[in-house]
Structure formats: C-alpha cells, structure tokens
Ligand binder design. Structure first.
Ligand code: ADP
Ligand code: MG
Length: 261
C-alpha cells in the first residue's frame, strides 16, 4: 500500500501564482478525479507533481510514501513510481516505443526479457494497431492512437501512481472506453493509484472514481463521491465558486468564529 500526499501546495509559473494551497491524499488502488474549468490550474498541478521545469513551488509538500518528491528531478520521481499521461503526448522522432521501454525497464532494474511479447500483448489488449509499434514515439499517430499508446506504456511500466491529464481529450468513445478499462484494471491488478484530471463526466462514467474534487482558481473548493460530478453537470462550476473567488462550500469555522455556528 502506497500513499501520495499533497500538502498545502502553492506554486507559480511565469511569475503568476496558479496553485493556492492544494491538499490531496491518494492511496493505492484509489481513483481521484479532479475536475475544473479551463485555466483552473489542473495541468499546473500535474506539472508541479512531476517536476516539469519552469514551475516554482512556494510552499507545501508532495510526498510519496514519505519521500519528498519535490526535491527530486523528474526522472527520479518517475523511478520512485510516478507517471504522467500528458494531455498532449510529445512526439519523439527517432525513438521507438520499445527503445524507450527498454531504457525505462533498465532504469528500474527490471529485466527486459520478454518485453517485445509483453508490448505485443498490451497492444492487443488496448487495441493499439501492432503495425504502429515500430513508429517513433507518437509520431504521426492520431489523438486516439497517442492515448492508447500512452496507456500501453502506463500498463507496462506499472507505476504506483498515475496522473491522467485529460485522458479523454481527442478520444472517441471506443478509445475512451479501452483506455479507461485498462487503467481501471491496473487499479485492481497492481494497486495503481490514479489522479484523473478532466472537464467532463464522460471519462468518469468509464473510470468510476472513488473521489471527486473540484478545482477552481488553484484551490480544491469541494470534494465528495461520484455524485459531485453529477451535481457539477447540473449546476456548472459557477455554483462552486462565486465572483468574489470565495468557494461556497461550508468551511470549518475558525476558532474565533465559533459564534457563527
Ligand atoms: P487547466 O489545466 O486547469 O486548464 P493550467 O494549469 O494549464 O489550467 O493553467 C492555469 C493558468 O496558468 C492559466 O491561466 C495559464 O495561462 C497559466 N499558465 C500555465 N502554464 C503557463 C506557462 N508556462 N506560462 C505562463 N502561464 C502559464
Ligand atoms: Mg490543462
């Protein structure tokens, strides 16, 4: 059982504070959805957790089983068990999928015996065309093929935690179902913990989150079960944060505010 803890995370990019204090704890096997409007800071959160250059952390911690991830370069975060499926997967001309996986396995001290067969099995399972396995990473793949390819990598690398940044963007309904099913299987088979970032309920209907969080203006303004996503569908994001930027959810009263009860 592993735990990913995000505590009081405050971060900025290009001199602008985007994350205003994020608290989130994810355990092995759990699926947490983070929903929020455009520009809320969802991708920033994933970038800060994974260590993308250019982001400045001002306060808070990200701990994987107590290990301070923020002190590590991105590759060591991956080695520790973190994985990001990017919203727009990078194309890497000249580097094949098997080359990349061979390096990643070696870096983890895993044997690459049988890797080619495992890749072929996963490709079949996720309906990624075997004919595309020899292409350079993501080069000339459709949006859906890229996400299937990324999901295949996730399945083979078996990280402890995966952040899926809008896995649903660019996916048709069949690809969305295949990718969601594979991720869900990993939560059951290897205890993968998931942070699934999305705008839409559609992904959540396939991925079945245990917890749903709503991120507005760099803060989690509401947390609940899957019913929260249904409420969001009806009420929209505006119901969760007014124009004064104050979340409308009930807050714990401060000590000097007890009479407000
Ligand atoms: P979301 O993924 O929720 O749509 P993002 O995290 O991508 O939102 O962006 C949050 C805010 O941070 C936006 O206002 C965006 O313009 C800004 N931002 C993100 N990355 C950068 C960057 N590299 N340089 C400048 N501003 C950025
Ligand atoms: Mg984004």
């Amino acid at each position: 059982m592993s735990t990913l803890q995000i505590k009081g995370l405050v971060a900025s990019v290009a001199g602008k504070q985007i994350l205003n204090g994020i608290d989130l704890t994810v355990k092995s096997g759990e699926v947490h959805a983070i929903m929020g409007p455009n520009g809320a800071g969802k991708s920033t959160l994933s970038a800060v957790i994974m260590g993308k250059p250019g982001y400045e952390v001002h306060a808070g911690q990200v701990l994987l089983d107590g290990v301070d991830l923020l002190a590590l370069p991105a590759w060591q975060r991956a080695q520790a068990g973190m994985h990001l499926v990017m919203q727009y997967p990078s194309e890497v001309p000249g580097v094949g999928l098997t080359d990349m996986l061979t390096e990643a396995y070696s870096a983890r001290g895993r044997s690459t015996d049988g890797l080619a067969a495992a890749v072929a099995d996963e490709a079949e399972r996720i309906h990624f065309p075997v004919a595309l396995l020899d292409r350079s990473l993501n080069v000339d793949l459709s949006g859906g093929e890229k996400k299937r390819n990324e999901t295949l990598q996730l399945a083979l690398l078996q990280p402890k935690f995966a952040i899926l940044d809008e896995l649903d963007s660019g996916l048709d309904i069949d690809a969305l179902r295949d990718c969601s099913r594979r991720v869900e299987d990993a939560t059951n088979a290897t205890g993968l913990g998931v942070i699934a970032i999305t705008h839409y309920n559609r992904l959540l209907e396939e991925l079945h989150p245990d917890h749903v969080h709503i991120l507005v203006k760099g803060r989690i303004v509401a947390s609940g079960g899957p019913e929260l996503a249904d409420r969001l569908e009806v009420e929209g994001y505006e119901a969760f944060a007014g124009p004064d930027e104050q979340p409308v959810r009930a807050k714990k009263p401060a000590l000097d505010d007890l009479f407000a009860l």
